[in-house]
Design a protein around this ligand. Structure first.
Ligand SMILES: Cc1cc2nc3c(=O)[nH]c(=O)nc-3n(C[C@H](O)[C@H](O)[C@H](O)COP(=O)(O)O)c2cc1C
Length: 121
């Protein structure tokens, strides 16, 4: 399945990131969820990140001729399908067995970057 097909399938099933968040919260053990969804220290950065992202507004331009947008980007000399990737997260074995295998395989299939935590199980 191509990157575009995955995108359509996912956005039909989970229209917003918050839909994935709710689903994940139901499926993994509570203690693991608390670790995954937390921030460090006073957790201030979580709110600051959210506020920063909420300030970014995408403005659709309809009826303006050919549409030829691409999310492809070059990172460390390699071409990826999107300027985002899988960030390193330690102790993912607490959430699901073989998480790193799934994440690495998915990142490879979707052609996005993947980072392995030094604390990976
Ligand atoms: C639960 C959790 C575990 C993380 N574990 C690691 C880690 O082991 N190594 C690492 O370099 N970054 C780790 N991070 C940081 C993330 O990879 C990522 O850089 C960060 O969440 C990105 O956004 P932020 O810095 O704005 O929070 C972890 C983040 C979370 C939420």
């Amino acid at each position: 399945m191509s990157y575009e097909q995955h995108k359509v399938k996912l956005s039909n099933k989970y229209p917003a990131i918050s839909d994935l968040y709710t689903k994940a919260q139901k499926r993994i053990p509570k203690v693991s969820w608390e670790y995954l969804a937390s921030g460090t220290g006073g957790e201030d950065l979580i709110d600051r990140n959210r506020t920063a992202f909420q300030k970014i507004i995408f403005l659709p331009k309809f009826c303006k001729g050919d549409f030829d947008a691409s999310t492809e980007t070059i990172l460390f000399g390699r071409k990826y399908n999107a300027p985002i990737g899988v960030a390193p997260v330690g102790l993912t074995g607490l959430m699901w067995p073989k998480t790193e295998h799934y994440l690495a395989a998915s990142a490879n299939r979707m052609k996005i970057s993947y980072s392995l935590s030094t604390l990976a199980p």
